[in-house]
Design a protein around this ligand. Structure first.
Ligand code: COA
Ligand code: MG
Length: 295
């Protein structure tokens, strides 16, 4: 799950384009990118798209937030078409995730879908309350496949005029929300997915944003435009150097036998380095790059 491309579900043209984007996951949006008058049409188009054959990506649906009263209609429309996952916006802690999970269980039972087959990807920082509750998501549902965050809705709620300063870095409250996402994801034992970069013509700024996210522990990122997808895939696929180094760390540990510490390239490596190396090799394997077991 490196790249997740948002596609407004009321746009057949963009859905067609999305098929050739190279994204790992497509997120058919029924929420903020779709006007209220278009919700019904968007659901209809989303279902049609989900029923297509041979879509070269996993397809998720972003439903409307629980507080809107639209979520149930969204789920009733799309669940028969078996989306791989549901993105829950404005998720306020584990209670919201558990509630969605219960709703999905009913739809799965009604449509002969295997129990638990539908993943949940919540956006965990879109309201102030959500930020405070993010830690309660750990253990809320075994459908949880990752956590992601959003800055724009949070800025609207708290009244901040911008999310970034003049130098391009997030201002304090958004940097906090981003960090909380990383911590909440780690405590829930799922991947952290970085938020969108709205300036979709600024490719240099976008590449920097991807590099920073990967450095800090995110393992994927959401895109709003197909041109962002290859940049995400490149940034979140472990480099050859990283894979090679990780293999040598794993090998050094195997050689060290019972010892908990080893050395690689003149540097001490102990347990946290081994865990880091194993994570990189797992990501490489998922990207189809590392076939071996590290030796
Ligand atoms: N998915 C699939 N195709 C997309 C796309 C997307 N997210 N964004 C743009 N495209 C297509 C356009 O339709 C266009 O194709 P066309 O030339 O055949 O019409 C092509 O890519 C180039 O698009 P471009 O002209 O550069 O952008 P735009 O002005 O048409 O669209 C946005 C700009 C921001 C409106 C559009 O990228 C978009 O809708 N993004 C997703 C928004 C969203 O889902 N937001 C919710 C999450 S924050
Ligand atoms: Mg939003």
């Amino acid at each position: 799950m490196r790249s997740l491309l948002f596609v407004p579900a009321d746009s057949e043209r963009k859905l067609e384009k999305a098929l050739r984007s190279g994204a790992d996951i497509l997120i058919l949006d029924l929420e903020d990118s779709v006007a209220l008058s278009q919700k019904e049409e968007a659901r209809r188009i989303a279902v049609h798209f989900l029923r297509k054959e041979a879509i070269p990506a996993r397809v998720y649906v972003r439903v409307n937030a629980l507080a809107t009263g639209l979520t149930d209609e969204d789920l009733a429309a799309v669940m028969p078409a078996r989306p791989a996952g549901i993105m829950l916006p404005k998720a306020e802690g584990g209670q919201d995730v558990a509630l969605l999970s219960a709703k999905l269980r009913v739809h799965e039972a009604e449509h002969g879908i295997k129990d638990g087959a539908t993943s949940i990807l919540p956006i965990v920082t879109e309201t102030a309350k959500a930020v405070f509750a993010a830690h309660t998501i750990a253990g809320a549902s075994n459908r949880l496949c990752g956590l992601t965050w959003g800055a724009e809705d949070l800025s609207a709620e708290i009244g901040a005029r911008v999310t970034r300063d003049d130098a391009g870095g997030y201002t304090g409250v958004f940097a906090l929300a981003r960090s909380i996402t990383l911590l909440a994801a780690a405590s829930a034992g799922v991947p952290a997915i970085d938020t969108v970069f709205p300036a979709f013509r600024d490719m240099e700024g976008f590449a920097r944003d991807c590099r920073d996210a990967e450095r800090d522990g995110f393992t994927g990122k959401m895109a709003i435009h197909p041109s962002q997808v290859p940049i995400i895939n490149a940034a979140f696929t472990p480099s050859e150097e990283a894979i090679d180094h990780s293999r040598r760390v794993v090998a050094a540990f195997a050689d060290a036998g019972a010892r908990g510490v080893a050395s690689v390239d003149g540097e001490m490596v102990d347990r946290p380095h081994l865990i880091r190396a194993e994570r990189i090799l797992e990501r490489a394997r998922l990207a189809g790059l590392d076939q071996g077991n590290g030796r």
